[in-house]
Design a protein around this ligand. Structure first.
Ligand code: SF4
Length: 424
């Protein structure tokens, strides 16, 4: 099962604990240590494995299928590993509904096991607030079901479609927009006959030039299945562009095997949007996964949901975005949290989101500033939100404010055909 990795060294120079702070002269030593363990395993993950998975060796730990088989999914297993709060224990005990509890052992190793307020832990272990419904919430807040052209294919924008490949994710985020369909509820079907219908629809619509594969998580499919789908889509002449939306590189990075990247690079142009939440996710394993994908020529972007008390601080997001740039991932979207049922405890105010954007723009590299968007409830699509930098107008001058609050004028005549004099 792990044969495909047996001969695979990590990408050179990317296996360090933190590629930002590692002094250059240390790189060869760290790379050779990581090489010996096939896929890098951080000291944090090693300590966790030795303590909670005593019968498991490093090779098994670095096998993504082992990680899937050993997901932490029930109260007994959670209690074995985490010091659960009363609130968490009660919420897990009464859990019902379509969104299961599931955490890969690797991702659990990134969490603080004794602190219920730990950011990553809060995104994956339910609490009582998850059962509260507040006004404006819905099970399908983006109105995807209403834009479903054929089962599993959402056609909202004229030239692109969202192809829902699978209901399965390796871990389930408690704020998931698609909580109505991911997991094992069985209400939504994702068989191959559904894929065939979706492909036939795309073939019949020459205006579709861009296909986003999502789910669930497409990278939890086997290489063969994913390749079948990519090859079918690539045979459609008007499909210019394929994107994969995934959280796998953050929660199951060992899934990014050499076999997978060898296969993916046959289907360019292929882009990837990776769901990242917090700088605690930026492990050596994640560095390796991103390096393998980037080395395969796949442009990488990130998508992050703004979450109250988890990542809604300028310093937190700056650290995340700087870390992503170092791993060749361009911060792409920062989403206002969708009003899914039971999400009030995750949602910040929009004003807070704008404050964060004010704290990023001009204060860091432009590449580290994502687009802040609300995905409009009811199916209106993504609407960008920007702090106001235009503060007014005086005659033909536009009045502007920069990131430091200083004011400037820009000549912007409302009648551009007005008086002009020669330059010299
Ligand atoms: S990885 Fe994405 S689709 Fe899966 S549970 Fe998280 S938000 Fe939902």
């Amino acid at each position: 099962m792990i044969d495909d990795q047996a001969e695979e060294p990590p990408s050179s120079g990317h296996a360090a604990e933190n590629v930002i702070s590692l002094p250059l002269f240390h790189a060869p030593r760290v790379a050779s240590l990581a090489r010996a363990s096939r896929f890098p395993i951080s000291p944090q993950s090693q300590a966790f494995r030795r303590r909670y998975f005593t019968q498991t060796n490093s090779a098994e730990w670095s096998d993504w299928r082992w990680q899937l088989r050993h997901r932490i999914r029930d109260l007994r297993e959670l209690e074995r590993i985490f010091a659960l709060s009363q609130d968490e224990r009660a919420a897990i005990a009464r859990h019902e509904g379509p969104l299961p509890v599931s955490i890969t052992p690797y991702y659990a190793s990134r969490m603080n096991l004794g602190d219920a307020l730990n950011p990553l832990r809060r995104t994956h272990i339910p609490v009582g607030d998850e059962y509260l419904k507040t006004p404006g919430e819905a099970s399908d807040p983006l109105g995807e079901d209403g834009h479903t052209a054929v089962p599993g294919l959402v056609h909202r924008y004229p030239d692109r479609v969202l192809f829902l490949t699978s209901p399965f994710c390796s871990t389930y985020c408690r704020y998931c927009t698609r909580s109505r369909m991911v997991g094992e509820s069985g209400e939504y079907e994702f068989g191959t006959s559904q894929w065939e219908r979706a492909i036939a629809y795309i073939e019949a619509h020459p205006e579709i030039r861009d296909v986003l594969l999502s789910g669930g998580d497409p990278l939890t499919l086997s290489d063969d299945k994913l390749e079948w789908l990519l090859s079918r889509l690539r045979r459609i002449p008007h499909v210019e562009f394929i994107r994969i939306g995934t959280k796998v590189p953050a929660v199951l990075p060992m899934r990014i095997t050499r076999n997978l990247t060898r296969m993916l690079r046959r289907y360019h142009p292929l882009w990837m949007s990776i769901h990242f939440t917090h700088p605690d996710e930026l492990s050596p394993e994640v560095s390796e996964a991103c390096a393998r994908l980037a080395d395969a020529g796949i442009p990488l972007g990130s998508q992050t949901v703004l979450l109250k008390g988890i990542n809604d601080e300028v310093a937190t997001l700056k650290q995340l975005y700087h870390g992503l740039l170092m791993r060749r991932v361009r911060p792409y979207y920062l989403y206002q949290c969708d009003p899914i049922h039971g999400s009030a405890h995750f949602r910040t105010s929009v004003e807070r989101g704008l404050e964060i954007m004010r704290g990023l723009r001009g204060h860091t590299t432009g590449y580290a500033v994502p687009t802040y968007v609300i995905d409009a409830p009811g199916g209106g699509g993504k609407i960008p939100l920007l702090p106001e930098y235009r503060v007014g107008r005086e005659g033909d001058d536009l009045l502007l404010q920069n990131f430091e609050g200083n004011h400037y004028r820009y000549p912007d005549p409302q009648d551009p055909g007005g008086e002009a004099t020669p330059c010299a």
